[in-house]
Each structure stands twice: as C-alpha cells, then as structure tokens.
Design a protein around this ligand. Sequence first.
Ligand code: P53
Length: 475
Amino acid sequence: MNSKTFKKNFLWGGAVAAHQLEGAYNEGGKGLSIADLMTLGSNKKPRELTKTVEKSKYYPNHKAIDFYHHYKGDIALMAEMGFKAFRTSIAWTRIFPNGDETKPNEAGLKFYDHVFDECLKHNIQPVVTLSHFEMPYHLVTKYGGWSNRKLITFFTRFAHVCFERYHNKVKYWMTFNEINNQTNYDSDISVYEDSGIKFKAGDDKQKIMYQAAHYELVASSEVVQIGHAIDPSLQIGCMLAFCPIYPATSKPEYVLFTKRAMDSRLYFGDVQVNGEYPNWLKTYFKNKNYNLDITGKDLEILKLGTVDYIGFSYYMSFTTKYTNHMDYRESKDLVRNPFIKISDWGWPIDPVGLRYALNWMTTRWHKPLFVVENGLGAYDKLTSDHKIHDDYRINYLREHIIQMRKAVTEDGVDLIGYLPWGCIDLVSASTGEMKKRYGFIYVDEDDYGNGSLKRYKKDSFYWYKKVIATNGKDL
Ligand code: P53
C-alpha cells in the first residue's frame, strides 16, 4: 500500500462513446451517422466505409450493446463499482439527424436527460464528448464533411443546444475526440472518423487534413466560448490521443526528427491550449505553399477559446525509425520497440509512457490533465459459471495506475481523474469487433450481434471497485 495517493475528489470512473454502445441506430428520430456506415472489420481487414446500408454487410454499431435500452442497469453496475464519473458522448444524429437543421430533435434530447439523470441519481458525474467519430452522414454527402467551413456553423449550433439543455447536469465537456488521430492521413478510417472526409485519387491528403483540422480547431474554440457564456462553471477541454514517440537510436538527427513527429501529432493541443499555431507549423505551411483558408478572424477566435483542461487517451507509445527529413509520416516512420511488448491487436504496452505523457503535457501546457481513456483490448473467455478471469487486464491497468500515481505524488502533476476505456464491453472503433474487449463488465454478444446481451462482472470489476474505494492505494 502506498500512503501517498490521488487527491480526495479524484474522478475515478470509465469511458464510452455513443455510437459504440447505444445501438438503436434508427430509433427516437436518430439520423444516420458515419459510424452507422462502417462495416465489421478485423485486425487484418479494415472496416469498409459504405455509402448506404448494404443488406449483405454487417454494421456492428447499429445494435452495439443496446445501451439505449439497458442504460439504467448498466449505470447501476458502474455505481456498484463506485464510479465518481462516467464519460460518454452525445450522438450528434440524435439531436440533429441530418446535422444542418435549425431545430433539435426533442426525443434525442430526452434520451440524454434520462442518461444524465440516472448518473446523477448515483452521484456519478457525467463527462461528455460532443464529437466522437459519429457526425451525421448527411454532412458528408452534402458538404464534404469538415473540408467545408459551413460545418463550423452546424457544430457550434449543436454544441449550443447541448450546453443550454444540460449545463446544470454536466460540468465536464470535451469538444472533439482524438482530434489528432488524423495526423495519420494515410489511414482512411482515421480521417473519416475525425473529419468525415473520404479521399479521392490524386488528393493532397496532408493538406486536406490540415484544412479540416483548422475548421475543427476554430469550431472547438467557438464552442469553448459559447459554453462559458452560458455557464462559467463549465469545464471544457480538448481531447488528444497521446502516444509518446521515442527515437530508436540516439543519433542527433534522429532525436530531432522524433521531436518533430511529436510536435506534428500534438500541435492540435498547442492551438487549443495556447490559442495559436506554433511557429514551426506556420513556417511549414508557408514552405509547402499550402495557402490554407485561415483568416485573420479565425486567428482571433482561436485566441479567445482556450481550453480549461486537457483530456487525453493513453494506450501506447510509438518509436520512430531513421529518416533524413523532417516530414513525419505515421504510416511509414514507426518501428517495433524491442523493450516493449504488444497486445493481441499489435498495440505497444508501455505503462512508463503514461508517466512520460503526464510530465510532457504538464511542462508544455501547464493545465490540469484528465486521463479519459486507457485500457487493454483483449480476448475474454466466459466460463461455464459466468466468470471472466481477466488478470491480464488487471495487470495492464495496475501498471498504468502505478505510473500515474508516481506522476502525481512524485512529479506534482495536476490530475483530475482516470476514466478507463470501454468500462463495459462495446464495439471497437478501429475494427468493429466485439471480441476486442476492454470492460470490467462483460456483455454476452459476438462480433455479429449474436448473444443474450446479458451483463456479467469480470474479475477486474471487483478489483477496480477496491481501487476506487481506497482511492488508488490498494492496487
Ligand atoms: P479500439 C486509434 C489509436 C488510439 C485510440 O480503440 C483510438 C484509435 C482509433 O480506434 O481510439 C480510441 O476500439 C477512441 C475510442 C476507441 C478506443 O480508443 O480501436 O477514442 O473510440 O474505441 C480503443 O480498440
């Protein structure tokens, strides 16, 4: 037992996203989202991004784990673990089915009233992401997703409605989930999930990504301002996928390149925290002759809506291989790190990287930090007596919490809370599988939606309950 630990009101809990667990994809007036058009994939086979719902294909997000009809029981299980906070997202398509309407859908708004009320009944604080890989598909077909400036208007309208409606119930908000995944612009799914953009042959993918990200950053800043104007007590953060990047050798050029790689992945945070683009990137845009649509007014807006805290996911670290240039390309520039094991889905497992991340962000941004995702996607086996012995998951989380505790007690990091991903099993974002499980709560359902949908407590359920009860002392 460690006597030094987290602050008294530390927000222990878990995280999910609407499209990955709610199901009910066409109930309550909900419109089609981009996630509703992503097929089942696997570790080896990428998910297809289809134009319509095709009869011959399986779309796992349509049903997901049917949280839409199970939310009361599921939230009660989280309360049983002692959750202080529960992170979910508001499906944009429940509130604005097409995205460009001016009047919200009352049935959608009511659903989240019920979810948040249920949380509050159990003294669980809702933590809400406004955009989590689930924009209305209509905004893709009619406007080209975030390649279009008009999206700023639609998104800020959606955020305005959510703040007005829920500001008494929800105090912690985030604008765009993992806004920086699209740094890997060679990954079709990453750009599609973040920005609703499908590339055509001959597109300058990097330029298109930077333009879309710019509109998102402006929208994010406007949303922070709108939220604070409605209720100054709201805490509105950004959300970054934080993967530290290490150099594979100590050759100076290499270390320099690695720094640039990290700056490329994390400039989004610079803009959201500091309110302006870093100089290296302004110079980069100039040297590339990009002539992006970045107006003087945009730059003013960016200054006025800096975030209150930094939400981030932490799953893994990356390691770069030698290059003789400074132009980081994630699909080509990474290698296996011989000191680090990988998960069954090939994700490097690096608990020390979490302490590194917490220190890196504190030094750079001087803001409170919030771990809003962390966890191990793994195969689980349901025994005949309905147990799941997931010691591998417990070990992963324990090692990460130990590093997080060191960052707080030995390095002085200001940490708000810890919300491990997929606290209840749900549909994987990258593969669409159910069998890539993260939860403390097992859901009896296979990749094709077969199963009783019954919920069972894994060994990690009881372990995490104890961690929360002792505020992270008894691991
Ligand atoms: P899955 C890539 C790299 C790191 C985090 O991921 C990522 C992704 C995109 O999949 O996504 C976040 O389900 C994301 C969640 C997602 C979770 O990590 O692919 O915010 O929506 O489910 C885990 O194993």
